[in-house]
Write a protein that binds this ligand. Structure first.
Ligand SMILES: [Cu+2]
Length: 180
């Protein structure tokens, strides 16, 4: 929808004032805005103007990957890790790739009728704002399809994680013994 300049009040720096019903509060905000304007012009520097409240409040995920590790078997592998979201918006792990595997899928191991089954999770894994998702054996995990055997002496496996919002994250998953 097209908005003319006059209609688009949300982008006007004074719009804050209209949300404050009390005249004293309005006057105070006006004074603060005035002080900010004087402050930046008086010191004569090229500082950028203070961020607008809508920019400060914009929610975003902030992801951290802890302890990535992998089990490699002859025809498949599994990658585990803890994904922490220290941000204020949810994100979603949607795609995984490794140069050492033909593909990678998000799976979850569930107990159904007393039997442990691996279920594909093509929608990926949501990482809630302020939350943690743990990928672990017999839980959510990343399945590697046809991984190459680890090179002699290699101790890690490179994996790239793609998220809905955050940029891709490259991790080195520590190769675990199968008994680990
Ligand atoms: Cu699996």
């Amino acid at each position: 929808m097209f908005l003319s300049r006059a209609q688009d009040t949300s982008r006007h720096p004074d719009h804050l004032i209209h949300f404050l019903p009390h005249p004293k509060a309005r006057a105070l905000v006006t004074l603060v805005l005035l002080a900010l304007a004087l402050g930046t012009s008086a010191c004569g520097t090229q500082e950028s103007p203070p961020p607008r409240s809508e920019e400060v409040a914009k929610a975003a995920p902030k992801l951290e990957i802890l302890q990535p590790s992998a089990h490699l078997m002859p025809n498949m592998g599994a990658v585990y890790m803890t994904i922490v979201n220290n941000g204020t918006a949810a994100d979603r792990l949607v795609r995984i790739e490794s140069p050492l595997a033909t593909g990678a899928e998000t799976h979850e191991t569930l107990e159904q009728d007393g039997v442990m089954r691996m279920v594909p999770r093509p929608e990926g894994f949501e990482i809630p704002a302020g939350g943690t998702v743990t990928l672990e054996p017999s839980g959510k995990h990343i399945m590697l399809l046809e991984p190459s055997p680890a090179e002699e002496g290699a101790s890690t496996l490179p994996v790239t994680l793609h998220f809905e919002t955050s940029g891709p994250l490259e991790v080195e998953a520590r190769l675990r013994a199968l008994t680990e």
